[in-house]
Design a protein around this ligand. Structure first.
Ligand SMILES: CC[C@@H](C(=O)O)C(=O)SCCNC(=O)CCNC(=O)[C@H](O)C(C)(C)COP(=O)(O)OP(=O)(O)OC[C@H]1O[C@@H](n2cnc3c(N)ncnc32)[C@H](O)[C@@H]1OP(=O)(O)O
Length: 251
């Protein structure tokens, strides 16, 4: 079974699905490759919007694949992995068309970073999500803290990062993290959310997104992400982080 899928629909919707439900759609190096392919495909003119989701109904994404990334011990080893994913998320953040994280299930740690790199977040009613990185004695390391601070108010971003806990869909909506909650079919709900946008010309959507891209460039998003990656890599090599990950893996 392929660990990811990319579908292109006639109405211009491209859907990238992380297909590792048995690992709660954790991000491995293969998924990073798949995301790179999806971003290249999404740049094509016929694509109007890119949707990112997870297979099954348990998880959108449980963050980095801890069983594989746990082998990375030093700051430099961690930096390489974090930087690789952060570069993909920066590309996603700056993609010149609307992007949607379709939260079909729980979003944890790096899963919330992936969601924050998207312009909109739609969540199934029962979904929980949170930046739990702090409980693993690290910070966000894929740029998600920087993206989050461009998506919600500073006080809500700080609260979400520093509390390092899960929130339910009502709380996520109150904080401005998610824009809409759905109960039915995920892709149809996403289409309903997007239907007014999808009837517009792709160039119009691109031009509007460009207004925000210019603002984010001026706000130094790329530089801030690089600093975030570097800071996380320093914490990653600490004993406290490795101890917490061991605890999860031995569960
Ligand atoms: C590394 C980058 C960093 C960042 O920069 O942000 C991060 O992403 S840090 C955050 C890393 N993620 C986590 O700490 C989440 C770990 N997972 C969980 O807490 C839970 O699995 C869950 C997401 C809350 C779901 O719970 P539940 O539905 O009860 O499933 P299980 O816990 O039983 O998991 C099933 C299965 O999946 C494996 N799994 C889950 N998450 C990961 C993961 N992130 N990496 C690797 N494997 C994962 C879990 O080990 C189980 O496997 P088996 O025991 O083989 O069935």
């Amino acid at each position: 079974m392929k660990p990811y899928m990319l579908e292109v629909h006639e109405d211009g919707l491209a859907v990238f699905t992380i297909n590792r439900p048995e690992k709660r759609n954790a991000i491995s190096y293969e998924i990073m490759d798949g995301l790179g392919e999806a971003l290249a495909a999404a740049e094509e003119d016929q694509i109007k919007a890119l949707v990112i989701t997870g297979a099954g109904d348990k998880a959108f994404c449980s963050g980095g694949d801890l069983s594989s990334f746990h082998q990375l011990k030093t700051e430099e080893e961690a930096f390489e992995m974090l930087n690789r994913m952060s570069e993909l998320l920066v590309r996603l953040f700056f993609l010149p068309k609307p992007t949607i994280a379709l939260l079909n299930g729980i979003a944890v740690g790096g899963g919330c970073e992936l969601a924050s790199a998207c312009d909109f977040r739609l969540a199934r009613k029962e979904v929980n999500a949170g930046f739990i990185q702090g409980t693993l004695a690290i910070t966000t390391g894929w740029g998600g803290g920087t993206f989050l601070s461009e998506r919600v108010t500073s006080s809500n971003a700080m609260k979400m990062l520093m509390e390092a806990c899960l929130y339910n869909s009502d709380e996520l909506k109150d904080m401005g993290f998610i824009q809409s909650v759905y109960t039915g079919d995920p892709i149809e709900s996403c289409r309903t959310f997007l239907n007014k946008m999808l009837v517009l010309e792709g160039d119009v959507l691109k031009s509007y997104k460009g207004m925000f891209i210019r603002k984010w460039k001026e706000a130094g998003v790329e530089e801030r992400v690089k600093q975030e990656v570097r800071n996380c890599a320093v914490l990653w090599q600490g004993e406290a982080h490795h101890k917490q990950v061991d605890k999860f893996l031995k569960k």
